[in-house]
Design a protein around this ligand. Structure first.
Ligand SMILES: [Zn+2]
Length: 314
């Protein structure tokens, strides 16, 4: 999660008693006896969720409408069974801190006033044993009794299976295939005289993208595998590019082939005085490919924030 969002959540946490959960990048905790989950959704903004019931019944339309009218920071309120989702106004840090704090405080007061109880979102009963679980649908508040036979909501079996295991060797194959596109990009873009940035970005994006496409998941292990493949392939690409240049120049005087140059590569590079250029080329490509890889990793993490997981948080 980014720094601004992290400090935003930490500020809200300090005011409400909710805690920042690093794994989900969200706020979770109990305020005034109610379990709250606060999260940010790309394109939507900030949301809070609670799970409540009154006499075993989910929250009513009228109650939600009145909450929206009486609490200024609320944009909209909706429920799905016992789960109440509150869309909170504001995008900028200080507005968000004020508004989320206001919603957590006032909405829990409002719930209490209207005699709603904090309940397990599956059975709708109040319980001492309600815990927070990180599942495919986000953070769920579930009692121990229900969690025994709880399956996370709606997800295709095949997808679930794919999600469970990272297919490391297939991922490596994907990374190699992706990196070959990167190799071609480095060689041809340099030959055509284009800027090095594009070639590096392509290398980084395609290698990590290839890993995810084939491996289905991306763990630290995957990032290391992708990184190693990328490093080797960049070296190879730069070497091939340099050899092609040498062959072109050398062939004006002698008849030499690719593999001859390949064998004595570094000697030739040092002798011809182009050592610095080749190192600079390598350095550029490592840098830009690294950036490309990071772009893909961040994208992956964002897309998978709430997927392939089901574990107890607190
Ligand atoms: Zn339950």
């Amino acid at each position: 999660m980014n720094k601004i969002m992290k400090s935003t959540f930490e500020e809200i946490g300090a005011k409400t008693g909710l805690k920042l959960d690093e794994a989900t990048g969200t706020l979770i905790g109990v305020h005034n006896g109610y379990h709250f989950w606060v999260y940010f959704m790309q394109g939507g903004g900030y949301y809070a969720e609670v799970s409540v019931a009154k006499d075993g019944q989910p929250i009513g339309e009228e109650t939600m409408k009145n909450a929206r009218k009486s609490i200024a920071a609320i944009k909209s309120v909706a429920n799905n069974g016992y789960v109440v989702t509150i869309h909170i106004k504001g995008q900028l840090k200080w507005t968000v801190i004020d508004n989320v704090t206001e919603v957590v405080r006032s909405f829990s007061d409002y719930l209490e006033l209207n005699e709603y109880e904090d309940v397990c979102q599956v059975c709708g009963k109040p319980s001492e044993s309600i815990s927070s679980y990180n599942t495919q649908s986000g953070v769920n508040f579930i009692c121990d009794d229900c969690h025994v036979d709880f399956t996370p909501p709606t997800i295709d079996e095949d997808m679930a299976e794919d999600k469970v295991v990272e297919r490391t060797s297939l991922g490596a194959v994907g990374a190699i295939l992706g990196s070959l596109i990167g190799v071609a990009a480095i060689i041809f873009l340099y030959k055509l005289g284009y800027v090095a940035v594009a070639a590096g970005l392509i290398m980084g994006v395609c290698t990590i993208g290839g890993y995810v496409k084939f491996g289905k998941r991306l763990s630290t292990k995957g990032i290391i595998i992708g990184g190693i493949i990328m490093a080797v392939m960049i070296y190879l690409a730069v070497k091939i590019y340099a050899i092609m240049n040498i062959v072109t120049i050398a062939n004006e005087y002698y008849d030499v082939g690719f593999w001859e140059i390949y064998r004595y590569f570094w000697e030739l590079i040092v002798e011809s005085g182009s050592f610095k250029d080749v190192i600079k080329l390598l350095g550029e490509q490592y840098l830009f490919s690294g950036i490309g890889a990071i772009i893909m990793i961040v994208r992956y993490v964002k897309l998978n924030m709430f997927q392939d997981i089901n574990y107890k948080i607190q």
